[in-house]
Design a protein around this ligand. Structure first.
Ligand code: PLP
Length: 393
């Protein structure tokens, strides 16, 4: 049949997260599902983007990134991430961290290679590993603090392990991997001659005493790590589609080949404006953290008041909440009730698990929203009991 789709495509669904946003829009619900800000991007960035268009940066940039942006990223990577980075040979600018991850996997994975992923994991890594032809091995994050069992992790490594995907700060749990956890992972990567692919898109969104550490800065890791970060979350420009990979020259040239044929390049005027983003003063990052700290407490309080069990995240802008007490068959039914009856969009927890049953009692909410949106969400959540009673009548 000419209309038959590939087995790979048939093996995963469209994103549950992004579908929740579409449903929320349609129903006029409060969208606490997808992680994007509903407040304006910084004025300096909008001005810089308009200027770049007026200055006629309107044709293709160099495929692996405009020299101005690569220079700015390299400076930031050296100072913030403590990774040595040559903009000529270690950097590839991509269309979002989304492209950076899939391009990295396509650049390194051969059919049958194993890739280790901590569970729960950001939804995209499921289809990413399938598209790249990798065999996925999941390692559980345990308990309330989402800790790693060293023995379980070690036993996931073997002769076929090509890479381990790390995501810190972590979506959906808010875990920030500690230095000793990263040292343990690094030791295994060196011992089993394995790559680390680390998604650090939330690197600037951390709370309290949590510290962001890039695994590539640990001894012997620079040559075996692909570090991914980007502008979407830090600068509230998820629609600009700007991110990058940092890797040794050999890996970078492989990633650049894949990237070139996937997308040719990220939008040129926005790359030029991205230079302004990367050169924001220290105060910008302090204000960003303070703003999210306030929203983290707001969401935590409103979920706790609604009777949901949850934990304060150490990083990123999500809270996983236990909704099993609502009495629905699973997380999808609970999220449907919250969306359709209560008017608040969340993400069913099972979307973050390979072992779907582990997410059955959970839904994820984001606090990357303005105070009015969070207040509207809080007001709706107060109606849970009456909506449940109506349902049971
Ligand atoms: C862990 C993680 N990686 C990547 C992305 C996507 O980043 P980008 O907008 O740069 O593609 C997200 C967005 O939610 C995310 O949570």
């Amino acid at each position: 049949m000419p209309t038959e789709v590939s087995e790979k495509t048939a093996s995963f669904t469209e994103s549950v997260i992004r579908n929740m946003t579409r449903r929320a829009l349609k129903l006029g619900a409060v969208d606490l599902a997808q992680g994007f800000p509903d407040f304006p991007a910084p004025t300096e960035l909008k001005e810089a983007a308009k200027r770049a268009i007026d200055e006629d940066y309107n044709q293709y940039a160099i495929t692996h990134g405009s020299p101005n942006l690569r220079r700015a990223i390299a400076e930031k990577v050296r100072s913030y991430n403590r990774i040595d980075c040559d903009p000529e040979s270690n950097l590839t600018v991509t269309c979002g961290a989304t492209e950076a991850m899939i391009a990295s996997l396509l650049a390194v994975v051969n059919p049958g290679d194993e890739v280790i992923v901590f569970e729960p994991f950001y939804e995209n890594y499921g289809p990413d590993t399938i598209i790249a032809g990798a065999s996925r091995r999941v390692v559980a994050l345990h308990g309330r603090d989402f800790s790693i069992d060293p023995k379980e992790l070690e036993s996931a490594f073997g002769p076929h392990t090509k890479a381990i995907i790390i995501n810190t700060p972590h979506n959906p749990t808010g875990k920030v991997f500690t230095l000793s956890e990263l040292e343990m992972i690094a030791e295994l990567c060196r011992r089993f001659d394995t790559l680390a692919i680390t998604d650090e898109i939330y690197e600037h969104i951390i709370y309290g005493s949590a510290r962001h550490v890039s695994i590539a800065s640990l001894p012997g890791m620079a040559e075996r790590t692909i570090t991914i970060s980007g502008l979407s979350k830090t600068y509230s420009v998820t629609g600009w589609r700007l991110a990058y990979t940092v890797a040794c020259e050999r890996l970078t040239s492989a990633i650049r080949k894949i990237h070139d044929f996937l997308t040719v390049g990220a939008p040129h005027p926005l790359q030029e404006a991205g230079v302004t983003a990367l050169r924001m003063p220290e105060s910008f990052y302090a204000e960003l953290r303070a703003m999210y700290e306030h929203r983290r407490m707001t969401l935590f309080k409103m979920l706790s008041e609604a009777g949901f069990g949850c934990r304060l995240p150490d990083g990123a802008y999500y809270i996983m909440a236990d909704v099993s007490h609502l009495g629905f068959a699973d997380d999808v039914a609970a999220a449907d009730f919250l969306l359709e009856e209560v008017g608040v969009a969340s993400v069913p927890g099972s979307s973050f698990y390979q072992h779907k049953e582990l997410g059955r009692g959970l839904v994820r909410f984001t606090f990357s929203k303005n105070d009015q949106t969070l207040a509207a969400g809080a007001a709706k959540l107060k109606q849970i009991e009456s909506k449940l009673a109506k349902l049971r009548r």
